[in-house]
Design a protein around this ligand. Structure first.
Ligand SMILES: [Zn+2]
Length: 338
């Protein structure tokens, strides 16, 4: 990497970043001699003639490299005092976004193999922390943005049903999307809230549902019904944050799991007769039909508690009879295409 006299930079920060890059790529141990808003000078070690100065040019409205002695008589250095936390943050933000579980130890190793550069573990740790904090702040913004127009509408005219789903977006966004979808009295569905998270896990759901609960002004969670798939982590978080709400599984997910062992159109039809039964005796009757057809299929189905996926066991005062989570999935479908 060569420096060139007369090169223009947006501002002092960009000039300083260029000096650090120069040090990193040439392995020269340069340091600031002057570090002022309108004038920055760097020099190398004693007995090395290298020096460079950049200053603000009022007529060009930018920083310019104004003096340069591009000669070194020093030895290469593989750990450089000029490298700071900010430089690590800027350079590795995308890498941490791609892989948020990368720890400081691994990132330090990566820097060493990529640039032959030794950096202090404490500085790397602070940089990783700062990047993760920045990513999280972004999630908060996205969550808030939807609240402004959707949650109010939702509270006004909606059946109190929330569908939850996690959806993996390949490529478009680095992460997964968590969404909550509601239905209004015309059975139309629309997003209440969504957020992009690094991974769909218990912690990200806890964060998302915590914000959703706050946004809905929800101290009494009894009137709400939540539909989700059967992940254990999510189920725990729903019990924790919406303890008095009814929690249903998406019958389609129950079917998807159950039908791995029990395939076929006829069995599928019987499954939905069970799911859509409106009374407990109707449900038992449907189960008997199923048993006649396939004893093990019936036994396997009974491992999914019917209160979670069969209409007959749902609280009746919730007017919405959604047994599946296709509201959430339809929304995810739209997002994936977008
Ligand atoms: Zn030098």
């Amino acid at each position: 990497m060569e420096l060139e006299l007369g090169t223009l930079y947006d501002d002092g920060n960009q000039f300083k970043k260029a000096m650090i890059n120069y040090a990193v790529y040439t392995k020269r141990n340069i340091h600031y001699v002057k570090n002022e808003p309108k004038r920055v000078s760097v020099a190398c070690v004693k007995s090395c003639p290298f020096q460079a100065t950049g200053s603000w040019d009022e007529s060009l409205k930018c920083f310019q490299l104004k003096t340069l002695t591009a000669v070194h008589k020093c030895n290469l250095k593989y750990s450089l005092a000029i490298v700071n936390q900010k430089w690590i943050e800027d350079r590795y933000e995308d890498k941490v976004r791609d892989n948020p579980t990368i720890g400081p130890v691994e990132l330090k190793k990566h820097i060493k193999s990529e640039l032959k550069l030794n950096v202090g573990i404490c500085m790397v740790r602070r940089a990783v922390r700062a990047i993760l904090k920045k990513i999280n702040a972004g999630f908060q913004d996205q969550f808030r943005r939807i609240r402004d127009y959707a949650a109010e509408w939702f509270l006004e005219g909606c059946r109190k049903v929330i569908g939850l789903d996690g959806c993996f977006l390949k490529g478009l966004l680095k992460g997964e999307i968590l969404s909550a979808v509601g239905r209004n009295s015309n059975n139309q569905m629309y997003p209440i809230a969504w957020a992009v998270v690094e991974i769909e896990n218990t912690d990200s759901w806890r964060w998302f549902l915590g914000l959703l609960k706050t946004d809905l002004g929800n101290t009494n969670t009894y009137p709400w019904t939540i539909i989700s798939d059967q992940q254990k982590g999510l189920t725990h978080v729903i019990q924790e944050l919406f303890p008095d709400s009814e929690h249903r599984n998406c019958a389609r997910h129950v079917h998807a799991n159950w039908s791995k062992l029990h395939r076929g159109k006829v069995l599928k039809k019987h499954f939905w007769m069970c799911a859509k039964a409106t009374t407990e005796s109707q449900f038992q009757e449907q189960l008997k039909f199923l048993e006649k057809m396939d004893r093990t299929a019936k036994a396997d189905l009974e491992r999914y508690p019917p209160r979670l996926w069969c209409k007959a066991f749902f609280r009746t005062f919730v007017k919405c009879d959604a047994v599946d989570n296709n509201l959430s999935e339809a929304f995810n479908g739209t997002l994936v295409k977008a």
